[in-house]
Design a binder for this molecule. Structure first.
Ligand SMILES: O=P(O)(O)OC[C@H]1O[C@H](O)[C@H](O)[C@@H](O)[C@@H]1O
Length: 430
């Protein structure tokens, strides 16, 4: 992965080269702490070991009984869906096996999806680290019934990834379902490079080994200097900018196949760093589409943003046909990819011309290696940011609060959080 931070130097907000030197000293200290955590396989830090600890042969063997299905339906939410979705979307051009995701409990959407799927040719990939998440288990119960209604034996077509305990583990044991274990010490949002994120890709026959090789290449760059590690450098620079008022980070890939990557990043960044009044709000954008909607704000709105532009250096192109239409002849002879690249550089320059901080992230191609690099580097960035900010990167108490309140409301136990729902203040206008 290549990182270019030239456009955060002396912007507004921005950092100077002297700041970067001071930051480098702090990165060295933070790296020592991270390396210690990795060596001791501490909760959270253990995720950065995944390129070494994940067993791709084990994942391949576990999904082998399913052969080549027509489709894979992943049922999960948050970290149990977004990593898999990112990898599948990035590599979609390399498989005929469709990937679908049920990561919400919208009844209309679920009904539509289930009607459209060839259920007798679909593998259901149920993923929950805790094995207790209400949305995931409710969706699975609905899918299971739809399969039974379609005359399909769901136990033949269900694959489970979960922890050692919990409802989902009990279900897998009871029906002797093929399953994988979520590795210890790896929080959901950091699990893309584990069984959690890779099972779906393996069911699709995708190159999971390549993803891990890409991640490995970024792991090898972790060191005590931000100048050697794109992941650390990105985290450190984003942190320094947030300290100076860049409280939003607009993640803007210039590739449709990386749209899910921005979504995955949003969870990673928000849930890990949004603590104790600190954090940086991730915004999701897509180039070039959002140049025509959000860019106005990024260039001329409040000076409270970092824009992160992501692109592959090479991509398959489609020629734009020559035309004699007046004013459009300049397009002929170029490719759609050339146009997208020109838009990328124009956006970068337009932000820089207004002294708006922006960072360029590039990978060679959107392929297994490239997506592995991106996933790992952003995880390393998140951990580095968390160390510098002094927050507990690997917890999510605010999310747990809402989970308990919802469970309480549904009669799933006594939770004092649910009582707070009755305290809602109303000021209704119709
Ligand atoms: O994998 P699960 O245990 O089902 O959890 C799914 C998601 O649940 C919660 O919302 C957590 O805050 C997320 O970090 C997690 O990814």
């Amino acid at each position: 992965m290549y990182l270019d931070i030239g456009n955060v130097l002396d912007t507004s907000p921005g950092i100077t080269e002297q700041t970067l030197d001071r930051l480098d000293e702090r990165v060295a200290i933070a790296h020592e702490r991270i390396a210690e955590g990795m060596a001791a396989e501490e909760h959270g830090y253990a995720a950065l070991n995944l390129p070494e600890t994940v067993d791709t042969d084990e994942i391949r063997a576990a999904v082998e009984p399913f052969g080549t299905p027509e489709a894979v339906l992943t049922v999960g939410i948050g970290g149990s869906a977004l990593g898999a979705a990112t990898i599948s979307a990035a590599l979609a051009d390399q498989t005929d096996v469709e990937a679908h995701f049920l990561d919400n409990v919208d009844p209309e959407d679920t009904a539509e999806l289930l009607e459209s799927l060839p259920l007798d040719e679909t593998v259901v990939n149920v993923v929950s680290r805790s094995g207790t998440t209400a949305e995931t288990l409710a969706n699975f119960l609905v899918v299971r019934e739809a399969m039974a209604d379609a005359g399909v034996d769901w136990t033949d077509q269900t694959f489970v990834t979960t922890g050692d305990e919990g409802n989902l583990r009990n279900l897998a044991d009871k029906h002797d379902l093929p399953s994988l274990k979520v590795p210890d010490g790896v929080p959901g949002r950091f699990s893309a490079l584990s069984t959690v994120g890779l099972a779906c890709a393996a069911l699709q026959g995708l190159n999971i080994e390549g993803v891990i090789e890409g991640a490995r290449s970024e792991m090898d760059k972790l060191s005590g200097s931000l100048e050697a590690s794109p992941g650390y450098a990105y985290g450190a620079v984003a942190y320094a900018l947030a300290e100076r008022g860049a409280l939003t980070n607009a993640m803007m890939p210039y590739a449709e196949s990386l749209e899910y990557f921005a979504e995955w990043f949003a969870q990673l960044w928000a849930e890990s760093l949004g603590k104790e009044g600190l954090g940086q709000t991730p915004a999701r954008a897509l180039g070039a589409t959002d140049q025509h909607s959000q860019l106005q704000l990024y260039r001329a709105g409040p000076r409270d943003k970092l824009v992160t532009l992501v692109r592959p250096r090479q991509r398959e192109d489609i020629d734009i046909p020559e035309t004699d239409l007046e004013g459009l002849s300049y397009l002929g002879g170029a490719g759609l990819g050339d146009l997208l690249d020109a838009e990328f550089e124009a956006t970068e320059a337009s932000l820089a011309a207004e002294d708006r901080p922006n960072v360029r992230i590039e990978i060679d191609r959107v392929d297994a290696h490239g997506v592995g690099e991106l996933l790992y580097a952003m995880e390393a960035a998140t951990v580095m940011y968390g160390e510098l900010a002094g927050v507990s990167t690997f917890t999510q108490p605010a999310v747990e609060w809402g989970k308990k309140a919802a469970r309480g409301l549904l009669g799933g136990g006594e939770f004092q959080e649910a009582e707070a729902v009755a305290d809602k203040r109303e000021f209704t206008i119709e």
